[in-house]
Ligand binder design. Structure first.
Ligand SMILES: [Zn+2]
Length: 242
């Protein structure tokens, strides 16, 4: 999946403006908002606007279609209701806006994100905590009760499965590395580009999402130029799909 980013600016009430002391844990929450409109994107906008002036913030929000990052991993957030939890853990909110079916998919997406973070920060699944573990709050409520078919054990299993998949995937140096499909000229345009350049055209959307989902391309620069070696690599990957 692509992690979309809308990093909160400093100076807002929801931003501690402080680095995390050490990343020792990942804390799981559920948003508690069952309104259909309470998507990951909506929560990213909410945080970007300062969380309504509340001292409330977390790093990632995940729903059944998207992952949004609001704070860098190394930046402290206020989500655990506990000093150690805030100072040492990455906070992830899982959306509950689409009932049981959407929740199961959102949990799978969140498990993938957790697996990526554990791998990136060299941590084991043992450091994945519930909000409850820090402060005693009944959160993530839907995972704690298992009322929507995924309970905490099931979620941990999803994370373990995702870790295995990442381990078995080609390495960063391998054919799927993002850099290899980057083009120096178009990289520049991406940095300076408008959001229109980062979004595929309507006519290409379905194919683009298929290609990204199957790791044929890395999801950046939909409008960047393609060299012959890049085209060959993408065709090769498509032919290798099982
Ligand atoms: Zn929580």
């Amino acid at each position: 999946m692509t992690i979309k980013r809308k990093i909160c600016p400093p100076g807002l009430k929801n931003n501690p403006n402080k680095p995390i002391s050490a990343i020792n844990a990942v804390t799981i929450h559920t948003t508690g908002n069952r309104d259909l409109s309470a998507t990951a994107g909506m929560h990213a906008d909410y945080q970007f606007g300062g969380s309504g002036g509340r001292e409330a913030s977390w790093h990632y929000t995940v729903d059944d279609v998207e992952i949004w990052q609001s704070f860098e991993d190394g930046q402290m957030c206020w989500h655990a209701g506990n000093k150690a939890g805030n100072e040492q853990s990455i906070g992830i909110e899982i959306c509950v806006n689409k009932g049981a079916t959407g929740f199961a998919i959102a949990c799978r997406n969140a498990a993938w994100l957790v697996a990526e973070l554990l791998t990136k920060h060299n941590l084991s699944v043992a450091v994945v905590k519930q909000h409850y573990n820090w402060s005693g709050k009944n959160c993530p409520a839907e995972l704690r009760s298992g009322e929507w078919g995924v309970d905490w054990e099931g979620f941990l299993k999803m994370i373990n499965d995702a870790i295995e998949q990442i381990k078995n995937a080609p390495s960063e140096e391998g054919a799927f590395s993002a850099g290899q499909l980057g083009h120096p000229a178009s990289k520049q345009s991406l940095r300076e580009g408008s959001s229109a350049e980062k979004t595929p055209s309507d006519w290409a959307k379905e194919a683009w999402e298929w290609a990204v989902g199957n790791k044929i391309t890395d999801g950046t620069e939909p409008k960047g130029a393609v060299t012959r070696e890049m085209a060959a690599t993408m065709i090769y990957r498509a032919r290798s799909l099982k």
